[in-house]
Structures are given as C-alpha cells and as structure tokens.
Design a protein around this ligand. Structure first.
Ligand code: GLV
Length: 321
C-alpha cells in the first residue's frame, strides 16, 4: 500500500500526478485555508504533509498526527513550523531555498522603484481623471533610484541578489547581517558592512530581508523608524511582523519617512485598513515569489524533499538542526 500524504493547498496538476506515482495523495483542491482542526483531521493518518506558510505546524498538530514524519513547506521561510517540536518527535521539516531568490529580488526592486517614482499613486490619479495639466515641471516628483544609498538589513541569498540588481543602478550599497560577508564576496557585490543604526540613519532606501522569528519580531519599530531620514523609503518583502505595522503607519502618516513598499503585513491577509488610504505606500499581496516558473520550481523542490525523506534519504533542504 502506498503511504498517504496530504497537500494542504492547491498545487500544479503535474506535482499531484508526480507524487501520486509514489503516494496516495489527498489534495486540497479547493485551496481554502484549512482550519487547525481540519488540517489535523486530514493529516491524521498521513506519513507526510506538503504545506504552505498558511498552515501552522505546531506541537498540537504533531500530537494529533503522530504518523506524520515529514513536513515539506512550499516556501523558503518556515516560521509557520515549530522546528524544535518537529525535531523532538523525529519529524523531518524541509523548505524551498534558492529557487525563489531572483524572483523575490525582482519584486523587491519593483516595489522600490514603484514607491520612489510614485507609480501606483500617479497611475490611480491618471485613472481618476486628475491629470489635467499635461506635463508639468513640479508635478508628482519622486526620488531618484540611481546613485542613491541602499541599505539592506539581512544579507543572505536574497539580500545578495538584491545587491546585484542595485549595482546596475549605480547605487551605493551598505548592509547589516548577523555575520559579516567575507571580503571577496563584499568586493564582488560592491557592498560595505555597517551597523543597523548607520544603515537606518544614512540610507535613501532601507530593505529588510531577514527570516521572521522571535529575534526579528518588530526589528523595524518606532525607534528604528525614528532614525530614518524623512526622505527615506522602507521596503519589506520578507515577512509581516519584521516591521511593527502600527509604528510604520504612524511614521508614514506623519511623513517622518517618505514612503514604503510592502509585500507582507502583520496578520495578513487582514492588513491594517489605514494602509489603504495612504498615498505614499505601494502595497502588494505577498507575491514575492509569485511567477509561474518560480512557484512551479518551489513546488517541485517541495515534492522532491518530501519524496526523498519518505524514502528514507536525506532531503536536500532539511531544516532541522
Ligand atoms: C514566501 O514568503 C516564502 O517564504 O517562500
């Protein structure tokens, strides 16, 4: 008999059919987010679960589903999984790093440029018929991206991929990371190491690209926003909760910073309604990795991790320490 697995969100048909060759697949085709109870019921007799960041895989889940020995996240971030609890129970947890670096860096740059050049705001004005004067010298002026100072907080694979894009815009890039990069990598990327405070104080654009955890909760809060220049723009394509949305809203409303480009929010999809009435923000609904090719590659990698783990091999992206 084939082992049973649950795919907790809708994935591409090819992934379901590939996995069906090895496993009896329960696929949540409706794509409705399963409640914690529904998830436990559907996974109860499964050997593995392939899930997204919308599923909380915690001690209560493991208690209810003792047959689950593999949790394969279709995401690079894994703050939805209690990895310590998984390890305690001998459950392998995996993620999908690498395949989404370029796509997420592209979206980060898209948000940075859209915020700097007021693209969504001015497009909305045009659509509302507010473009009455034609070209006007002082109309809807934004900020230059080229030659500006970019500060990247979190210089892992995606942070470095963002830095590579910045060099094409002749930006001056500084970064903060728990661990400084080696000199050769710094030289290749043309980036310099700085304290978080110096980055916040001096950058024209501040990008955060750190995983979400207890340590990075509200990494950007009122105190950090207060260090930023009134002309500075903040970009978050990492995770909701890395920034304190209430503090960010206050800074944006009071024009203590110039703008923000945000792909992620605390309590998403229920973002704070005040974001919607601000002109100086560009908002996207957590689409950092959302291209056809990248989402397919993420799902394929998640399927590979799950299959190898259930076959008793070490999956390539094991996250248990
Ligand atoms: C998406 O947010 C991911 O972590 O892959």
């Amino acid at each position: 008999m084939k082992p049973r697995i649950l795919i907790s969100r809708q994935v591409f048909p090819q992934i379901v059919s590939d996995l069906s060759a090895h496993f009896e697949v329960d696929h949540n085709e409706s794509d409705d987010i399963l409640s914690a109870d529904a998830l436990r019921v559907r996974a109860a007799d499964c050997a593995a679960v392939m899930c997204c960041l919308t599923e909380k895989i915690d001690a209560a889940f493991f208690d209810a589903c003792p047959t689950v020995k593999v949790v394969s996240n279709i995401a690079v971030g894994f703050n939805n999984i209690d990895v310590a609890e998984a390890s305690k129970r001998g459950v392998m947890a995996t993620n999908t790093p690498g395949v989404l670096d370029d796509t997420t860096a592209d979206l980060t740059f898209a948000l940075l440029m859209a915020t700097a050049r007021r693209i969504t705001e001015t497009e909305a004005r045009l659509r509302r018929g507010e473009w009455k004067k034609g070209f006007a010298l002082q109309q809807w002026l934004g900020a230059d991206v080229h030659h500006a100072k970019l500060g990247i907080i979190g210089m892992g694979r995606i942070g470095q991929t963002i830095a590579r894009r910045a060099s094409g815009f002749d930006m001056q890039v500084s970064y903060y990371n728990r661990k400084q990069l080696d000199a050769a990598t710094e030289a290749k990327l043309n980036v310099s190491y700085a304290s978080k405070e110096a980055i916040l104080r001096e950058s024209d654009f501040v990008v955060v690209m750190v995983p979400y955890s207890k340590d990075t909760h509200h990494l950007i809060g009122a105190a950090e926003l207060a260090l930023m220049k009134p002309s500075a723009i903040f970009i978050n394509t990492a995770r909701g909760g890395v920034a304190d949305d209430i503090a960010l809203l206050a800074a944006l409303k009071e024009k203590r910073i110039a703008g923000a480009g945000l792909d992620v929010f605390e309590n998403e999809p229920a973002l704070h309604p005040d974001f919607l009435s601000l002109d100086n923000v560009v908002l996207t609904p957590h689409i950092g990795s959302a291209t056809q090719a990248t989402r397919m590659n993420m799902a394929k990698l998640a399927a590979l991790n799950l299959t190898l783990a259930l076959q008793g091999q070490r999956p390539p992206n094991l996250i248990n320490p």
